[in-house]
Design a protein around this ligand. Structure first.
Ligand code: OGA
Ligand code: NI
Length: 210
């Protein structure tokens, strides 16, 4: 099954609706994947990553006991190297709206870099003062990931046992941001991903009452 096939999207989003998550291997095209890895590398070399914080904009705290990753927020207007990938993310948003009957209007994505020893304690991706994150989406960028390298994503679905998902190259996971508890287990190697959220409303409007 390929991304060109409507049935394929329908199948993925059925799983997402029923199980609260879906894992899709080989998600990006070869070209998209290469562009993504190259751009990640370029930003990392230029020290563009910053220690990730907890909380929503204006209310962030850096708490190293909770998460140990470094991030770079992507901007569709500036990060032109990622144009094809943004097109794909836009397609994902459209397909979720079609098959999950949501009205997503935007998304936000960052690159994440966990140095060796990095982890992210169990959490939900919605904040108490900001609830517009509907679907979390992660694409792993780790070449040659092996058993024992750690850094697995552990998820805690409501209706089934916890599951451990290895962050292997070009594996994508989508899950419901408000319901699926998850954590990143300690990574024994540097761990890379493209991580983001499909949003119910555009980011800048959030925080404005009501
Ligand atoms: C997050 C997160 C999981 C992962 O950034 O909120 O939970 O596997 N990431 O990188
Ligand atoms: Ni998370």
């Amino acid at each position: 099954m390929t991304r060109e096939d409507d049935l394929c999207w329908q199948n993925w989003f059925d799983q997402l609706s029923i199980n609260d998550y879906v894992v899709i291997d080989n998600f990006l095209t070869t070209k998209e994947l290469k562009k993504t890895i190259d751009y990640f590398q370029k930003l990392n070399k230029r020290d563009k990553f910053a220690k990730a914080a907890i909380g929503s904009s204006g209310n962030e705290h850096i708490i190293s006991e909770i998460r140990g990753d470094y991030i770079y927020w992507l901007d569709a207007d500036k990060d032109n190297e990622m144009i094809e990938v943004f097109d794909t993310l836009t397609l994902v948003k459209r397909m979720i709206n079609r098959y999950c009957f949501l009205s997503l209007s935007d998304y936000e994505f960052h690159f994440a870099y966990y140095p060796s020893g990095g982890f992210y304690k169990k959490h939900l991706d919605q904040f108490s003062n900001r609830n517009n994150r509907m679907i979390s989406m992660i694409i792993y960028l780790n070449e040659n990931w092996k058993n024992g390298d750690g850094g697995e994503l552990k998820i805690y679905p409501n209706n089934s046992d916890s599951k451990t998902i290895e962050p292997i190259l070009n594996r994508c996971i989508l899950f419901k941001s408000d319901t699926l508890l998850h954590e990143v287990l300690k990574s024994n190697k540097p761990r890379k991903s493209l991580t983001g959220w499909m949003l119910y409303q555009p980011s800048p409007l959030i925080g404005v009452t009501p």
